[in-house]
Ligand binder design. Structure first.
Ligand SMILES: [Zn+2]
Length: 477
């Protein structure tokens, strides 16, 4: 209440402040936090985390995981960050995305250095430019990072509110408490699905760690739902933090724009080359694309490739397997190109909202387009046909990965495309046992619908014969 009153007073007295007054506020915060000679920091703890963009249904909270351990190392001098997280399954039975179920303990390493973001997966550096804005936000909204970034980015100070914009157009508003400690940071970062995505961090229960004040409770939200609730147990001011961008990451450009095309039947192409795939289907006078994943860069590479495969035929439909952000991040670009989005009824209203959402921080293809997006719903089944070819869209009923999951079946070609419920393991690798409940549910649906499938075009992984699915669920299932 006292803070709310102080904020209101600050807003009422929103007079322009002199540079000297700004410097005083930031100097006071720096002194209170012990930030003046702090070059790097490592903190660790445990708690719960949630995977943004991976809810089982639109409008529900992000799925929860346990953070058995969580260590963040930051180096403010080199603008770098390393998150080392060991997570375990949070909800049983599993519900939603984020690569559930997690079996046992899973370690995740997320890195940032300057303009590069990447992950370490089994010791291999995997470029992740899609995460750059979010990681910058993470680095510069740490309590000490806020003070440094405010000074470096010409922050405006009004009362206890410090506002600035980070490179990459991330907006930051930090609120100091009456001890000049950073209490809350709110802002927005560009997101391929939500446009300007609201983000927030709160810091509480500050303690002294060798002359440096640091919160022992950190809570974060993104897109309106919690993403982190962390209890901090250990803080090491000026810990050695050496994060170097690997040469392979530095050398990789066009991460989402690489498309490898394989013709799998007459007029049917499997577009791979990255982490998320699409399928292009040629109809008499138009094209249908299954899946618009990731972001503008991916979507525009896929639409460009589709045009070279069937010159002169417009993309009339893009079928969205489900609303998870990694699978729907390209839909805005498809809609801007004039494609009608076909999605499950339960995600239709959500997508109508996201396709029309403002993207002012980093205006994307849709933000610059005069087109009004169109979404059509599917409940159980819909068939798109031109008289010669049929494209069947089926609901994968009762699948806890996502309530509104769709799969696409070509009856004549006996091809099936699905996302996230069966991803074939690498060749010559046995499938995980026991099978995922999501995969078991897929086979139940194929039986229920009596679909005769020869080959699978999974939207992750690789083209496989249907026998691989049978192997994955155990023979005889
Ligand atoms: Zn998913």
């Amino acid at each position: 209440m006292r803070i709310a009153l102080a904020l209101t007073a600050a807003l009422l007295l929103a007079l322009p402040m002199s540079a000297a007054a700004q410097n005083t506020t930031l100097a006071d915060a720096s002194a209170a936090l012990g930030a003046t000679s702090l070059k790097s920091l490592e903190y660790s703890g445990s708690g719960v985390l949630f995977q943004a963009g991976q809810s089982a249904s639109p409008g529900q909270p992000w799925p929860r995981f346990n953070a058995k351990s969580y260590t963040r190392a930051v180096n403010y001098e080199t603008a770098s960050l390393r998150d080392d997280v060991v997570r375990t399954q949070g909800q049983n039975p599993p519900r939603g995305g984020g690569v559930q179920p997690v079996r046992g303990e899973q370690r995740q390493l997320f890195l940032l250095s300057g303009d590069h973001a990447w992950n370490l997966v089994a010791d291999a550096a995997v470029p992740a430019p899609i995460a750059l804005a979010e990681r910058r936000w993470q680095l510069w909204t740490t309590p000490h990072g806020v003070v440094r970034a405010a000074l470096a980015n010409n922050a405006t100070v009004q009362g206890r509110v410090v506002s600035f914009t980070l490179p990459g157009r991330v907006t930051v508003r930090a609120i100091l408490n009456d001890q000049n400690l950073v209490e809350r940071v709110e802002g927005a970062i560009p997101n391929p699905v939500l446009g300007d995505m609201p983000v927030e961090v709160t810091y509480a229960d500050y303690k002294d760690f060798g002359g440096v004040k640091f919160p022992t409770r950190i809570r974060q939200s993104a897109g309106g739902f919690p993403v982190l609730d962390l209890s901090v147990t250990d803080v090491k001011p000026n810990a050695a933090v050496d994060v170097q961008t690997p040469d392979s990451v530095r050398a990789t450009t066009n991460v989402y724009g690489r498309v490898a095309t394989q013709m799998v039947a007459d007029g049917v192409w499997y577009l791979t080359g990255g982490s998320h795939h699409s399928v292009v289907i040629e109809m008499k006078d138009h094209l249908i694309v299954v899946e618009g994943p990731l972001n503008d860069e991916r979507a525009l590479a896929v639409t460009a490739e589709a045009r070279t495969l069937a010159p002169g035929k417009p993309i009339r439909y893009v079928i969205a397997s489900h609303h998870h952000f990694d699978h729907s991040g390209g839909l805005r670009a498809f809609a801007a190109e004039g494609a009608t989005v076909v999605a499950h009824d339960s995600t239709r209203a959500f997508l109508e909202g996201t396709l029309a959402a403002p993207a002012t921080l980093a205006p994307d293809h849709m933000a610059k387009s005069p087109r009004k997006p169109v979404v059509e719903g599917v409940r159980d089944r819909r068939v798109l046909t031109d008289g010669a070819r049929s494209v069947e869209i089926h609901h994968i009923a009762g699948n806890a990965h996502a309530d509104g999951l769709l799969m696409v079946y070509l009856p004549k070609e006996k091809l099936l495309s699905e996302a996230d419920v069966f991803t074939p393991p690498p060749a010559n690798t046995p499938p995980a046992m026991p099978p995922s409940p999501f995969t078991l549910n897929l086979t139940d649906n194929l039986k229920r619908l009596n679909l005769a499938v020869d080959r699978l075009l999974p939207l992750h992984g690789r083209l496989v014969p249907i026998a691989d699915l049978h192997t994955a669920v155990g023979h005889g299932h």
